[in-house]
Design a protein around this ligand. Sequence first.
Ligand code: GSH
Length: 212
Amino acid sequence: MKLYTFFRSSAAFRLRIALNCKGLVYEPVPVSLPKGEHKLAGYLQLHPQGLVPALDDGGRILVQSLAVMEYLEETRPQPPLLPADAADRAYVRALAQMIACEIHPLNNLRTLRYVKNTYGLDEEGVRLWYRHWIAEGLAGLEAFLEGSKKYGKYCYRDQVTIADCCLVPQVFNAQRYSCDLAPYPAIMRIFAECMKLDAFIDAQPDRQPDAA
Ligand SMILES: N[C@@H](CCC(=O)N[C@@H](CS)C(=O)NCC(=O)O)C(=O)O
């Protein structure tokens, strides 16, 4: 397997965690976002949206991190990253989507560049935008976790799931932008538990070959 990845990309970070959790060995192929390598013709052939990550599984090209994690779950079911019960799976997918569909799109590179350039925001203005959507998104996530009574060490009891694969990179991102994370104790407890596991430790940005 080859993973087209960028060390700081949280969507790629999700897949690095999922691959590690399943014990799948992959070759990382760095795609630099600051250098615009994701918009070069060669990469656009793999991923016409020009986004990172993409996974090459023996010639099958897979894109969109949530879809790729589901693909891995179907093709390499052990160890599972989804619960056995259908309602619990829906809960885990809901958490993953709250992060990947609600929070992350508002804070990724192209969105930040657009609001900066179109509305003339300075660095502080961009930070305000970023922190606003993090605060709103994580508050909803925290309330959902608390209300569910389903979280334990991880988002779903004591089983690592795709929800944790999404949560940890989002917290890394929030820390990078110096967001106040004190109002989210459940999220931060889960984050701390995940970061005790090698699958998460090895997937973190500064451990990637392209981080240097
Ligand atoms: N929904 C996509 C998101 C992919 C995405 O936005 N990736 C970011 C990096 S985390 C990217 O490639 N950004 C490039 C850009 O915004 O120009 C997924 O989950 O794979």
